[in-house]
Design a protein around this ligand. Structure first.
Ligand code: ISL
Length: 560
């Protein structure tokens, strides 16, 4: 049998370069800043860095609108800085994964500038151009080619007068969608990917990759999802880019709306599509009816959802595990308690419960410090295009601005985008200039320097979790069994691996998702002598058949 791929026992760390570390005082993080902070990541023990986009971009969507795929934006540095970063990462035995944003380009990309010239442009068909609806006056309300809505509010169609046609943009109007039906588009993307891999990068995180295939008839509908040729496109990409390479790379496809049944197909190694996907089910459980509407998380829903993904991909596919990224609110504020009394305890409980699942964990910058949501007070505090567009549209529709703001405060993407909190100094050690978005005032307490000095900090807990994955094969490779699916307070499961010599190793993972003491009955009394491997409460009682968990307590025990 072929050996397990390395990324099954790896932990990935996501860097949002804008907000990580600024080396030149312009208030925006950069590549040199990352190089200066690599010790932090090596100390944490992560195996892979994923960089959010650093390519030239008008920054309409913080770099997810790319105007040149094969260079570095001057605000982040140069290609030679990039090569230095890559060498420094490799010198520490870490890997580097790039963000691949190819559902759309910037409207300032030369491909789109050319395409926009008119119907005779040789690149006209590289994007989705369509006339107004039959009988409608172009450019007037309701004349759009179909009813598709942009993820960033409003119609997904923008009327372009020079060519008297609309172009499709599932995100901002500065992010026109590429037409993957056109084979020239696909081979241009493959060439670009090969260029980065030849440069030495170790894989790609693929932005909204399930959206690249669209039904060419573009029928009216309410949801965007995977189109009819998605599997074909990914298999072709695998052949053209990954198959011929001697080294094993990492690919993870971000796929809004993907179901576990689809994910099983996407991640089945025999189909050669992607190694794993980012699914959205578990981060949608606390959404209300409208965008950014919040409702409290029901733990039973979370267990049912993550448990279904564990079962659904077992034996065939592979899960990615995440609480946070640059699009999601901070998990300690969302599913934990970010007040001073419980912040560390709940952040470490959440980390433990996530990292002990079967799959590859992703840590988003600042998560390892227990960074919290930002105390935004007015709409002027937000920078994110999705948040600003939504606010304008909702208020325009007559929604109470106070209510819209409350939603943004809880769910808005800028919560995750405030600068990394390195120390207690004025701008948290992020920059000597004025940060592009203010640092969270709690950086005076919540920061890396303070965390290093405190053995019970969130940082050291993440470090121990990552070390545990590297040391204990059952963490990466064991089977998963959910326990107590109907307990509304405690998340409980086991992992089990039969080693080559026939001995079985089993882990028991318990996490109290409440601020109250919680008691649970274990399914058997064979955990009595189980070794405590990691936990977030000192001097706990040994396990009996009944366990009493302190508020937000997490523990992991091992037996043979
Ligand atoms: O963010 C969302 C809703 O709040 C998702 O529905 C959406 O699918 C997600 O934003 C997609 O994310 C990726 O592509 C976007 C970019 O803005 C995000 O930052 C990126 O992660 C467009 O490139």
């Amino acid at each position: 049998p072929s050996p397990e791929p390395w990324w099954k026992s790896a932990v990935v760390y996501q860097i949002y370069p804008r907000s990580f570390a600024d080396s030149d005082g312009d208030g925006v993080g950069d590549l040199r800043g990352i190089i200066d902070r690599l010790d932090h990541l090596a100390e944490l023990g992560v195996d892979v860095l994923w960089l959010s986009p650093v390519y030239p971009s008008p920054q309409d969507d913080n770099g997810y609108d790319i105007s040149d795929y094969q260079d570095i934006d001057p605000s982040f540095g140069t290609l030679s800085d990039f090569d230095d970063l890559l060498a420094a990462v490799h010198a520490r035995s870490m890997k580097l994964v790039m963000d691949l944003v190819v559902n759309h380009t910037s409207d300032e990309h030369p491909w789109f500038i050319e395409s926009r010239r008119g119907p005779d442009s040789p690149k006209r068909d590289w994007y989705w151009w369509r006339p107004a609806r039959e009988g409608a006056v172009p450019g007037t309300p309701g004349a759009q080619p179909n009813n598709w809505r942009s993820f960033f509010s409003g119609s997904a169609w923008e009327y372009d007068e020079p060519g008297d046609a609309y172009y499709l943009h599932l995100f901002s109007r500065k992010q026109p969608d590429l037409n993957w039906e056109n084979p020239e588009v696909r081979s241009a993307v493959h060439r670009m990917m090969n260029w980065w891999l030849d440069r030495g990068v170790d894989g790609f995180r693929m932005d909204v990759i399930n959206l690249i295939s669209k039904d060419p008839a573009l029928p009216d509908r309410t949801h965007h999802g995977s189109g009819p040729r998605i599997h074909e496109f990914l298999q072709e990409m695998h052949r053209e880019v990954f198959a011929g390479r001697p080294e094993r790379l990492l690919t993870v496809g971000e796929m809004p709306g993907v179901t576990v049944e689809e994910a099983r197909l996407f991640t089945d190694p025999a189909r050669a599509e992607v190694d794993m996907v980012f699914q959205f089910e578990h981060v949608g459980l606390d959404h209300g009816d409208g965008k950014f509407d919040v409702r409290p998380l029901n733990l039973l829903d979370l267990k049912a959802s993550l448990g279904r993904w564990q079962d659904g991909l077992s034996g065939t596919g592979w899960n990615s595990l995440y609480w946070n990224n640059h699009d999601q609110p901070r998990v300690v504020s969302r599913f934990g308690d970010d007040g001073p009394g419980n912040r560390v305890r709940s952040a470490t409980m959440l980390a433990t419960v996530l990292h002990l699942h079967r799959g590859t964990p992703y840590v988003y910058q600042g998560e390892e410090l227990g960074m919290t949501n930002a105390p935004f007070t007015s709409v002027d505090d937000f920078r994110d295009i999705e948040s600003l567009n939504h606010y304008a549209e909702a208020v325009d529709r007559g929604t109470d601005p106070v209510r819209v703001l409350a939603g943004l405060r809880a769910m808005g993407r800028d919560n995750a985008r405030t600068p990394m909190q390195w120390d207690a100094s004025e701008h948290a050690g992020f920059t000597t200039g004025t940060p592009w978005i203010p640092v969270n005032p709690n950086h005076t307490e919540v920061n890396a320097q303070a965390a290093y000095a405190d053995p019970s900090s969130v940082f050291h807990h993440y470090r121990r979790l990552i070390a545990l994955r590297h040391a204990e094969p059952v963490v990466a490779h064991g089977d998963f069994t959910m326990l107590l699916p109907d307990d509304p307070r405690v998340y409980a499961y086991t992992r089990r691996l039969v080693e080559a010599d026939g001995t079985a190793t089993e882990l028991l993972v318990l996490g109290n998702f409440t601020g109250d003491t919680a008691e649970v009955d274990l399914p058997d009394d064979g955990w009595r002598d189980a070794v405590a491997l990691i936990g977030n409460v000192p001097d706990t009682e040994p396990l009996g058949t009944t366990v009493t968990l302190a508020p937000w307590e997490a523990r992991v025990h091992r037996r043979h």
